[in-house]
Ligand binder design. Sequence first.
Ligand code: 5GP
Ligand code: MG
Length: 209
Amino acid sequence: MIWNDRPAEPRNWPIADAMASDPAVDATWLAPDRTDYPAMRILITAAQIQKRLSEMAAVLAPAYRDRPLTIVGVLTGSVMFLADLVRRLDMPLRIGLIQASSYRGETTTSGELYVSPGLMPDVRDRHVLLLDDILDTGQTLKRLVQDLRDQGALSVKVCVLLQKKGRQIHHVEVELVGFEIPDEFVVGYGLDYNDEYRQLPYIAVLPAI
Ligand code: 5GP
Ligand code: MG
């Protein structure tokens, strides 16, 4: 049962038109009833993301073939990226998840980093591919790479969907980047604003509210 307790208002879903012409987007994914999302500028379409993931998988698969691989996703932002990428890797692998949070609310300034110890996967004698949604200052990934090495991983390599230009302060060696983006606050495809917008199948810039 779908709740429909919102009063009918004129449709205000500017991204719908952009998505309707995007072949990777099933029209049923659109939510034409939503009138409370601000207009967003799509930076990377769903089709562009899906195409790039295939290219990335083609690079990663031969590099890890015949190696004991654990793909570790950083919660919560990497869930879409992880789910779509692993389905393109036709080889034995394990999936682990790590919870790390440094960003709170509306600012991209990295605050204190909290890593949830309970979730840390067992990576001893495993090659680890660490996946995150976005490389910003590098604080999160630098810390997680060190933690995974300390846990006994055979190797730890980093793959991010997005890398923000001109923002890196902490040095992190990144093996593979999906897209370089300008220094703008983006949402969608796992990335949130106040924990919302993660389900959008594209990457968009949220207008200043
Ligand atoms: P870093 O530790 O590299 O500074 O920050 C990485 C984390 O900050 C990302 O995993 C993400 O959660 C958050 N972050 C950085 N830039 C953005 C952005 O433009 N949009 C969103 N939604 N999150 C961001
Ligand atoms: Mg994150």
